[in-house]
Ligand binder design. Sequence first.
Ligand SMILES: Nc1ncnc2c1ncn2[C@@H]1O[C@H](COP(=O)(O)OP(=O)(O)OP(=O)(O)O)[C@@H](O)[C@H]1O
Length: 300
Amino acid sequence: MGISVSNISKSYKKVNALQNISFEVKPNELFGLIGPDGAGKTTLFRVLTTLLFADEGVATVAGFDIVNDYKKIRNSVGYMPGKFSLYQDLTVEENLDFFATIFGTTIEENYDLIKDIYVQIEPFKARRAGKLSGGMKQKLALCCALIHKPKVLFLDEPTTGVDPVSRKEFWEMLKRLQQKDITILVSTPYMDEAALCDRIALIQDGKILEIDTPEAIVKHYPKQIYNVRANNMYQLITSLNTYEYNHSVYPFGEFVHYTDSRTDFNPEELKAYLESKNLSHIEIEKTKATIEDTFMELAK
Ligand SMILES: Nc1ncnc2c1ncn2[C@@H]1O[C@H](COP(=O)(O)OP(=O)(O)OP(=O)(O)O)[C@@H](O)[C@H]1O
């Protein structure tokens, strides 16, 4: 009972938000949609959760057709939209109770599924949702999306604006939910979170660039990447960009990720060139490709 998407397209007047999107999410898989702002992630979530009609293509969610069986889909999926979806003036408990009631269930009935997450916010159950921290809001929104025991869970950028500790905790919660027979489609602009998914689709400008396991995606990276560092980051990037043999130059934390267009690249030559540009403390070391490197290469 996963997700099957076949040739889905959707335009808003002149903007082609989704262009011929196809992919499968297997039952109980944790599948990530990875892409920058405007890639089309929210549009795809809205199509799959039956809130928006696609212009073309077909899709099934938990075995149901997104057009013909839209009511069944609404009962079988949980959706946590990117923008905060809770009632700010209701308390934690009231929000959860509200979502349980509209799905014809009770908090008690499905408490087992949300217990691990709910106990963390239970001490604040009388607090209005609008007064919670980002991480707590996110936990409450997840509980609300889970309260009717969905077969498929859609999470649109659940960790955007959440601190690193809460982000880590959130991914641990997702891994535990996966064990409880739930298929999860999650979107994120954070490339480091991609590694935590079973499989990912890299998406940009409404098109899928690649689909595979995170490990396989980085293995496909075609070149040797070098970490380059020097005394002046700005000058280093400018110099590498004007170096005639560069293939790619991207700032990456305290380093620049550099690839060379030649097959017989010699780091000493690059070092001499950078020295001629008045740079010092130059370090050039081999490093492994990340999902972000692969994304940048494919998006070129
Ligand atoms: N209602 C709308 N009317 C017109 N254009 C829209 C509408 N909704 C989205 N778009 C455009 O469609 C494209 C895809 O947007 P979408 O929100 O699906 O992307 P996203 O990957 O979720 O990014 P974000 O995180 O910024 O929401 C963008 O160019 C966006 O400006």
